[in-house]
Design a binder for this molecule. Structure first.
Ligand SMILES: [Zn+2]
Length: 311
């Protein structure tokens, strides 16, 4: 005979109260109060002794079942502990470690597309984006050092940046740059072999530019539309070849940042609206980025994404 461990106190009380003299509260608590069941007083009026004995045995069996259910309580209490493991796993990740080091920028304005000059033959050279918006642009070249902490920093708010990759270097670790791309960093082109293009033939320059654009498109699934010549060395042939490779603009820069120092290459010695700042994927990149952000902030500007203006 089984009384079932899932019998609720309420149902048990209804079925047994006519024949059992006991405090209902004690019964209700019997599942949770050790020793409560010992207070039961069996009283079966009008029954012969044999029947009484039988009923008493049945009642004892019932109490045994109740007691057995009570014995399962530790398991019932253990369930929340078991559930607590996934709760810990579901906890939000700690805030980005670099977020506190990023200046409190004003919200960037809604970007405006810039109309680029087009002579039908050459891609335009852009040193400063022609915009009145109080924004500056961060660009990062080459791809030699691929630090996880740089990736983490780029995931923080207010760190928009564009990567100009040497396709041969990017091919060493495309997964790293794909993660950057997936986190919002556009991938642009910076030649195949990082050689000086100035003075080279049209064919040689086109091979460097188109070759990097094609390779990066294959690696990243998106075709670059901007190009930066290695060492800033370019000529009219560079601009012609770039346009023929589908490049919308060839990028120069107004400041460069090395080892946490900002080098101003314009007479104003501050970051101006539309400025393009050059960094590199190198060991000191985290310090370079933080120095860049501070320089942008000190100039009353906010970082913005180059592609939102030149795309
Ligand atoms: Zn370079």
């Amino acid at each position: 005979m089984s009384f079932g461990c899932r019998t609720s106190p309420e149902l048990s009380r209804v079925s047994l109260s006519p024949s059992i003299s006991h405090h209902e509260t004690c019964f209700a608590d019997a599942l949770e109060t050790p020793g409560c069941e010992t207070a039961w007083n069996f009283n079966w009026p009008g029954t012969v002794p044999a029947v009484r004995k039988l009923l008493a045995i049945i009642s004892l069996l019932f109490l045994f079942a109740v007691s057995a259910c009570g014995g399962k309580e530790p398991r019932a209490q253990a369930e929340p502990e078991q559930r607590s493991t996934p709760k810990v796993e579901r906890m939000a990740a700690p805030p980005n470690a670099y977020a506190a080091q990023i200046p409190p920028f004003r919200r960037a304005p809604l970007p405006e597309r810039v109309v680029l000059p087009d002579d039908g033959v050459h891609a335009p050279l852009i040193k400063r984006v022609p915009t009145n918006h109080k924004v500056a642009f961060i660009t990062i070249d080459d791809g030699n050092k691929r630090l996880p902490e740089a990736h983490e920093l780029f995931r923080a708010p207010n760190t928009p940046a564009s990567a100009f990759l040497v396709s041969k270097i990017a091919a060493e670790d495309p997964a790293y740059f794909e993660r950057l791309k997936d986190d919002g960093m556009p991938i642009e082109a910076h030649s195949v072999n990082h050689i000086k293009l100035r003075g080279l033939s049209y064919e040689a320059q086109k091979a460097e530019i188109c070759g990097s654009v094609d390779a990066l498109e294959q690696m990243m699934g998106k075709r670059p539309t901007l190009f930066r010549p290695p060492y800033g060395e370019y000529d009219k042939t560079t601009l012609r070849a770039a346009r023929d490779c589908g490049i919308k603009a060839v990028l120069y820069w107004t400041q460069s940042v090395t080892d946490g120092n900002v080098y101003y290459q314009t007479p104003e010695k501050k970051v101006l609206a539309g400025d393009i700042i050059l960094l590199h994927f190198r060991d000191a990149i985290v310090g370079d980025i933080l120095a860049t952000l501070q320089a942008i902030y000190d100039s009353g500007l906010t970082p913005a994404l180059l592609e939102d203006y030149l795309g």
